[in-house]
Design a protein around this ligand. Structure first.
Ligand SMILES: [Zn+2]
Ligand SMILES: [Zn+2]
Ligand SMILES: [Zn+2]
Length: 264
């Protein structure tokens, strides 16, 4: 098994693609790469497996990719398209609790929205069939198995999010920044030498909280990763047409895509 394997559970923006009630060419496309469920990745290493975010499509994504093992859940932020599948974590909590990693703000939102699960935790009363979260507030880099996850703070409109850099034996294998508009130089610095950069590229038209394709290209040029993969796309971008216009080394991710990052 490769050191680290990434499966894209979802690559779409908050409404997913196709959008309900839309007849645009992308929503009606027969190219399977234009069907995008809500953004999330599943990461497998020899010691541990985790997901980044559990959006509304989490259950179907787990069934589609046959996800059987989950040792932790890591959150980027608490927008609904990233957390609403939380309750389906109960399928992985029959005999144990589930380590949940998030910023203090995101954890507070999770505890509010999924109060029943966090309340059971406080009262130490484990109700069969409930999610049993084991909260871990992120204050800096942390380990899952032999992988170091370095939180990357980025601006997402008025909200702040965490992207994550995955390092093994000091090697910066991959980074995931699904929702962001602006990324400071210290994060770009932390990403130097990264093998694979996965980044938000919503559409071509400007958006207040997401990078456009052009902004994502400019960000990629600052980082200079081995490869760049775009995610969190909306229905204004056709996979085939958009990818054909991208420079070498920059690609568009799609649901079900598997990547095994390696360093040159
Ligand atoms: Zn999102
Ligand atoms: Zn559409
Ligand atoms: Zn968001």
């Amino acid at each position: 098994m490769a050191d680290l394997k990434i499966t894209f559970l979802g690559t779409g923006t908050s409404q997913g693609v196709p959008m309900i009630g839309c007849d645009c060419p992308v929503c009606r496309s027969t190219d399977p790469r234009d069907t995008r469920s809500r953004s999330s990745i599943y990461v497998e290493t020899p010691e541990a497996s985790w997901v980044v975010d559990t959006g509304p499509d989490f259950r179907c994504q787990c069934l589609r990719e046959n996800v059987r093992r989950l040792d932790a859940v890591v959150y980027t932020h608490s927008h609904t398209d990233h957390i609403l599948g939380f309750d389906d974590l109960r399928s992985f909590c029959f005999e144990r609790s589930m380590p949940v990693y998030a910023s203090p703000e995101t954890m507070a939102d999770l505890a509010r929205v999924f109060q029943f699960a966090f309340q059971a935790l406080e009262s130490r009363e484990f109700i069969p069939g409930y999610v049993r979260p084991e909260p871990h507030l992120i204050k800096g880099p942390f380990m899952l198995g032999a992988t170091t996850l370095v939180p990357l703070r980025a601006e997402h409109g008025r909200a702040h999010v965490f992207g994550y850099l995955f390092k093994r034996e000091g090697r910066p294998l991959a980074a995931y920044l699904s929702d962001c508009k602006r990324v400071d130089d210290d994060v770009v610095e932390a990403l130097q030498g990264v093998g694979l950069l996965i980044v938000d590229a919503l559409r071509h038209r400007p958006h207040p909280t997401h990078m456009t394709v052009e902004e994502a290209l400019a960000f990629s040029a600052r980082v200079q990763p081995g490869e760049t993969w775009f995610t969190h796309l909306c229905h204004e971008l056709s996979h085939a047409e958009t990818e054909a216009a991208l420079p070498p080394g920059v690609r568009i991710a799609y649901d079900g895509l598997r990547l095994t990052p390696s360093l040159p």
